[in-house]
Design a protein around this ligand. Structure first.
Ligand SMILES: [Zn+2]
Length: 566
């Protein structure tokens, strides 16, 4: 008796450890919260964002900037980075326990960091900087103020974006697993179930699917019409499901999804940790076609063969029933606080459905290898790792747009996601004057233009999606509009020189400002197109000469010169 009890205990212990959705344990006491506000989040780890899973927690800051940010534990500043988009002003702390904390979108750095950043900017004569520091430079104590919260970079409102990473692998880890929790007693919610007919073919926008509405009943979710679902011979399932921390609160991502067939786990996904290299595969995790055409986020509960994310268990989620019996399906979703919900229903094989073995098209691009295509007007080469699924490649040329320099080339389908950039070359139709050759660029019909180079009548670029592409020319210089410069140019009352800058096609490439011939720091906010210089002790009282030079990515240049009085 005693022996079997022990055995059971051991068994259940092993079983719990084997759950793929929490492979590691994390120190719960090492870190404090990075702000001294009641912890509240606008964004959670793993939230579904365009082309990525959210990599940290977005702490709310009362819609204001300027709250002090504290080092979450002892350590040293390991990296300082100022980015035009992305994280804006950010810093990284390495901690002795093997983790790195990251703080982004700051309005300002503490003086010791600010000084390092500014001297790097003046040394390199550029606003964007990114450099490592070693453990001998800036040592910090838990609770020390390191900066102030803000809204810099690609931030849509004042908040602190906070991450915890594995220092060695740089994988981002859910900060709530370190005890930086957000109170949450609300169970995650199921919205809709989807049944996909895969039938041996790779998942694509042509895969047929059926939506089944759900209802909550006695603490469990069920189908709103209680009957057995007929499953295709090779079926995949998908769900729309969300979490919130308060009944009327904003929706966040889930922590885990588990799918089982007759008590056998056939699919799991969990947002414990992931790598930046894999995060774009959210477009494979979700039904990308449904997202792009209907704006809905369906968690496909089957894994595409080219999906590199390591958030899944060992099974791929395909369901191929081999008999005519009734089987039981059960979904369990959890949030990071441990609340869970289940959805159960019965399934049976659809006897009229069968598995197809081959792609119908001839020109197959395989997810597991390099692929290429060329003709007299276009060449493309997709390295292995670009596709999530095999595709029957399709190409078409369509009529030239007015003012463009090539035909339009439709490269497969814009609604099929890809993981990495591929090389696309388009032949220009007809001679282009030599001085305009360097101004050519590839653009897609959705408005994205790509950094391009011209060579012997061909324009080459690395493009990041399928779609329709053509060659155009950018020979128009950026615009510069002064904002704070008064008519009489007397700036004694002003703390900043502010401009708006814009560029039509290739985008802002470089900006350079000098006062009396000396380079000075201009900061740039991409969201608003604002460029500014904050006066410092370098600009003494008197008359000064300002020169501002803005260059777009095709070397078209605008210059603005003026004198002003301080
Ligand atoms: Zn964030």
């Amino acid at each position: 008796m005693r022996l079997s009890f022990l055995f059971l205990l051991c068994f259940s212990f092993v079983y719990t450890q084997a759950q793929p959705y929490k492979a590691n344990t994390y120190p719960k006491e090492d870190f404090r919260y990075p702000l001294d506000l009641v912890p509240s989040i606008a964004g959670s780890f793993g939230d579904l964002r365009p082309n990525h899973f959210h990599s940290g927690m977005d702490f709310r800051t009362n819609q204001r900037e300027g709250y002090p940010i504290f080092a979450v534990s002892d350590g040293y500043i390991a990296r300082l980075r100022v980015q035009i988009g992305g994280f804006g002003q950010a810093f990284y702390i390495n901690h002795p326990n093997g983790y790195t904390s990251v703080y982004a979108h700051l309005s300002a750095y503490a003086p010791s960091l600010a000084q390092k950043v500014k001297s790097a900017q003046y040394n390199l004569k550029q606003f964007e900087v990114d450099f490592p520091l070693d453990s001998s430079q800036i040592v910090v104590k838990k609770g020390q103020v390191i900066g102030w919260s803000g809204n810099t970079g690609s931030s849509g409102g004042p908040h602190l974006h906070f991450e915890l990473r594995d220092t060695q692998t740089e994988e981002i880890i859910n900060p709530q697993l370190f005890g930086l929790t957000i109170p949450d007693k609300v169970n995650p919610e199921f919205k809709t179930l989807y049944v996909y007919a895969l039938n041996g073919l790779p998942f694509s926008e042509k895969t047929s699917k059926k939506a089944l509405p759900l209802v909550a009943s006695k603490g469990e979710y069920i189908l709103n019409t209680p009957k057995t679902i007929l499953l295709p011979a090779d079926a995949g399932l998908g769900i729309i499901a969300l979490d919130r921390t308060s009944p009327q609160g904003a929706f966040h991502g889930l922590y885990s999804i588990e799918l089982s067939l007759d008590e056998q786990v056939i699919y799991t996904a969990s947002w414990e940790r992931f790598s930046f290299d894999h995060t774009k595969a959210i477009n494979s995790h979700l039904d990308y076609f449904a997202l792009k055409t209907s704006g809905i986020s369906i968690h496909k509960s089957f894994v595409d063969p080219g999906n590199p994310l390591q958030i899944y268990g060992e099974n791929n989620g395909h369901i191929q029933l081999k008999d005519d019996r009734i089987h039981q399906i059960r979904y369990t979703i959890t949030d990071v606080a441990g609340n869970s919900s289940t959805l159960s229903f019965k399934v049976q094989r659809d006897p009229t459905s069968s598995i197809q073995k081959v792609l119908a098209k001839e020109n197959i691009f395989y997810a597991s290898q390099d692929n290429s295509f060329s003709n007299a007007a276009v060449q493309l080469s997709l390295p292995k790792g670009t596709l999530y699924n095999d595709i029957g490649f399709e190409y078409a040329a369509t009529a030239k747009l007015a003012g463009s320099y090539s035909q339009q080339h439709r490269i497969y389908r814009a609604s099929t996601p890809i993981h990495q950039a591929y090389t696309l070359s388009i032949k220009v139709d007809g001679p282009i004057p030599e001085k305009l050759q360097a101004k050519t660029l590839i653009k897609d019909t959705k408005g994205t233009s790509y950094e391009s180079s011209y060579q012997n009548g061909w324009v080459n670029a690395k493009v990041k999606s399928f779609g329709t592409f053509y060659v155009t020319i950018d020979s128009v210089a950026p615009t510069i509009t002064p904002i704070t410069l008064s008519k009489n140019k007397i700036m004694t009352e002003k703390t900043k020189l502010v401009f708006k800058i814009a560029d039509q096609l290739s985008g802002i490439g470089k900006f350079n400002g000098t006062i009396d011939g000396q380079w000075v720091l201009f900061e740039y906010d991409q969201k608003t197109g604002t460029l500014w210089h904050t006066f410092d002790e370098g600009t003494k009282a008197g008359e000064h000469q300002l020169e501002l030079e803005i260059t777009d990515k095709k070397e078209n240049k605008s210059t603005f010169k003026t004198t002003f009085i301080r």
